[in-house]
Write a protein that binds this ligand. Structure first.
Ligand code: GAL
Length: 420
């Protein structure tokens, strides 16, 4: 041992793989995920710590890249080489995809014990079950139709929380005129698509969102309402800065945190970054539903899927992970750090902050009104082929002078092609 550690010390990180030769209990579960920002990593730590208390060792397998863009490629290659991790973070349609390939462990027993079918909203159960069997343990519910605002800047510039789209644009303009960045923007395809789904919902309402991005109705995709959505996106883009290309989402959030930008449109994982910076909702930052989208919620949920194994101990660990994730205490503790709300609808919101309390209530109301709809950008509206086709068109629009009519026509065509 001494010899090895001396050698390791001597050669620095070159010999890092030696660390993997540690006793088995040091890495009883290997979990692939893309939670690498400050807030995300802290939230993931809740699972690691809970498992440690149960004597289960943790090997983290982080693959940086928002919305799992890079993680999915790594996961595919691990499974293809016959060496899947114990478990992986996954989003809706991708979870179905793995289930369809018959690669996933069945979580029915834990689900029954904890009564998952009673406590999870139906819109989510569509993705946590496959052919009647439970395939994923949801960590939380996130939603994408949120705006995050810098409170001090709002006060300084005399900006009230915008209630309408016009108010929203007026606020962005005020910030820009005063020399700030109006809209903190990360120029990556999934982020373009996150903002895009916000304008689709804001310009057409819940029914239109469903027709266009979930039912993939060709007429809705090329309609005047879709043209209007692209117009709104074009206008929003005039309030971003010119360095947004390729920027990570959390660096865009940091622009709001550091008084450089007024607003960011982003899922509520952004709140994890404000929390991580020690900022308090309503005091230091504000959260509100994107103007024009109130009443509806575009959601996604990170699930942990477990890969089939013959090893009885691995199976036991997988069940323990699923059970831990869906326990009431975990659901609250995790969301407190992640910015999300619990996936379970039966918990007290007392220990959540003001934004999450509001968000939890809105998710419940939207679920009751059948307006809890899957996020396209985050894998809950359409299969990956369609999602990627939408990303391509939206990002081409963002990065060129394409007009809105052309964008809508191309969108309808690309989606039809990807569907077939
Ligand atoms: C989402 C995921 C969130 C957060 C975000 C940024 O798809 O559900 O948990 O990680 O991507 O990476």
């Amino acid at each position: 041992m001494t010899v090895i550690s001396n050698v390791v010390k001597g050669l620095g990180c070159v010999l890092f793989p030696l660390a993997l030769a540690a006793p088995a209990h040091a890495a009883d579960v290997e979990v692939l995920n893309w939670w690498t920002s400050g807030g995300e990593a802290k939230a993931l730590g809740v699972l690691k710590d809970d498992l440690a208390e149960k004597g289960i060792g943790w090997k983290n397998m982080p693959v940086a890249g928002g919305a799992g863009t890079n993680a999915m490629a790594v996961l595919r290659s691990r499974v293809a080489s016959g060496n899947p991790p114990t478990a992986a973070q996954i989003l809706g349609f991708d979870a179905r995809d793995w289930a369809q390939r018959d690669t996933l462990a069945n979580l029915d027993q834990v689900a029954q014990e904890q009564n998952w079918s009673e406590v999870l909203p139906q819109a989510l159960q569509e993705f946590t079950k496959y052919n009647g069997h439970w395939i994923g343990a949801p960590f939380e519910i996130h939603s994408t139709n949120w705006v995050w605002g810098n409170k001090a800047l709002m006060d300084k510039l005399g900006i009230e929380q915008p209630k309408s789209w016009d108010d929203f644009l007026a606020a962005l303009k005020k910030a820009k005129d005063a020399g700030y960045i109006g809209l903190a923007y990360g120029g990556q395809p999934w982020q373009d698509a996150t903002v895009f789904e916000n304008v689709v919902l804001a310009s057409g309402g819940a029914d239109f969102y469903r027709q266009a991005l979930i039912e993939l109705d060709e007429n809705a995709l090329k309609s005047d309402t879709m043209v209007k959505a692209f117009d709104q996106l074009r206008e929003l883009l005039t309030y971003k800065d010119s360095n947004s290309s390729g920027r990570d989402w959390n660096l865009a959030t940091a622009l709001v945190i550091n008084d450089k930008a007024l607003f960011q449109i982003m899922g509520d994982w952004a709140k994890g970054e404000f929390d991580n910076a020690g900022l308090k909702p309503e005091q230091d930052f504000v959260c509100f539903r994107t103007p024009g989208t109130q009443g509806a919620v575009t959601f996604n949920s990170d699930q942990l899927i477990m890969f089939k194994t013959d090893d009885p101990q691995q199976k036991e660990y997988q069940e323990t992970m699923a059970k831990t994730i869906m326990s009431p205490d975990f659901q609250i503790a995790f969301s407190q750090l992640k910015g999300s709300v619990p996936a379970r609808m039966d918990l007290s919101a007392d220990k959540l902050d003001a934004c999450s309390q509001k968000g939890y209530e809105q998710v419940k109301q939207a679920a009751d009104a059948d307006k809890l709809m899957g996020s396209l950008a985050h894998g809950y509206a359409a299969p990956a082929s369609v999602k990627n086709a939408v990303f391509d068109i939206v990002s081409s629009f963002v990065n060129s002078n394409m007009d809105s009519q052309t964008a809508a026509t191309q969108l309808a065509r690309a989606v039809q092609g990807a569907k077939s």
